[in-house]
Design a binder for this molecule. Structure first.
Ligand code: SAH
Length: 223
């Protein structure tokens, strides 16, 4: 299969199948057309193992190895919409938990720059290959403990955390720009709520949204 055929997909990995996924999201009430257009541009089947690619357009989380998962399309849609907000989209975005790279890829179609941090080395390598294959030149990925953020590239207009924790690590608050927003699954295991934190000066205001289930935010890196 040529690189182009792989990207375009066929049958269960075709653009038509992807569009049906988007129609199902809309049927469930998701209506942010900017996010739907971005998700139409990014072939999700490239972000899962070939053996699972026929399931890439179902609304499910899927395993990506190393006990990690690619988030459910509906969760990616909702989080992306919260990250870009209602007005002018943020310029510089930080993601903690690259995983497959899918969430970063979708965001890259909507904002100027995406910086994404992952603690598992093989996942970083695979995600970089996918960004390269899709020519997503505004995404940078590094291996690190994302609890520390990415201070050299901050401050960030928006930060998205895609691993669950009971609190936001302090360095992330410090790297959030004034007027910026942070989206994270927060709460004890099994009771996480998607939470949006807005920063105005030194005031941080949190709003809780729907229940979600993410793999845990862990310390350190792993090769
Ligand atoms: N956004 C991903 C899905 C996230 S799965 C996607 O679109 O596919 C959560 C990811 O967070 C996992 O890959 C896990 O290894 C990573 N992770 C957990 N703790 C982390 C930390 N402290 N720093 C960076 N990445 C972390």
């Amino acid at each position: 299969m040529s690189g182009n055929e792989r990207l375009e997909g066929i049958g269960m990995t075709s653009r038509r199948t992807r569009q049906r996924m988007l129609e199902r999201l809309q049927a469930k009430g998701f209506s942010d057309v900017r996010v739907l257009a971005a998700m139409d541009q990014i072939p999700r089947h490239i972000f899962v193992d070939e053996a699972l690619s026929s399931r890439a357009y179902e609304d499910d989380a899927l395993p990506i190895g190393h006990s990690q998962t690619i988030s459910q399309p509906q969760v990616v849609a909702v989080m992306t919409s919260l990250v870009i907000g209602d007005g002018v989209p943020p310029d510089n975005v930080l993601e903690i938990g690259t995983g497959s790279g899918y969430q970063a890829a979708v965001l890259s179609r909507l904002v100027e720059k995406v910086h994404t941090v992952e603690r598992i080395e093989p996942l970083v390598r695979l995600a970089r290959e996918r960004f390269f294959e899709l020519r997503l030149r505004n995404v940078q990925c590094k291996l690190a403990d994302g609890s520390l953020g990415w201070p050299e590239n901050g401050p960030f207009d928006a930060i998205i955390v895609t691993a669950g924790n009971d609190h936001v690590p302090d360095p992330l608050f410090a790297q959030l720009a004034d007027g910026g927003r942070l989206v994270a699954p927060l709460g004890p295991d099994g009771e996480q709520k998607l939470t949006v934190v807005m920063r105005e000066g030194d005031t941080f205001t949190a709003t809780q949204m729907n229940d979600v289930r993410f793999v845990p935010l862990l310390k350190g890196t792993q090769s």
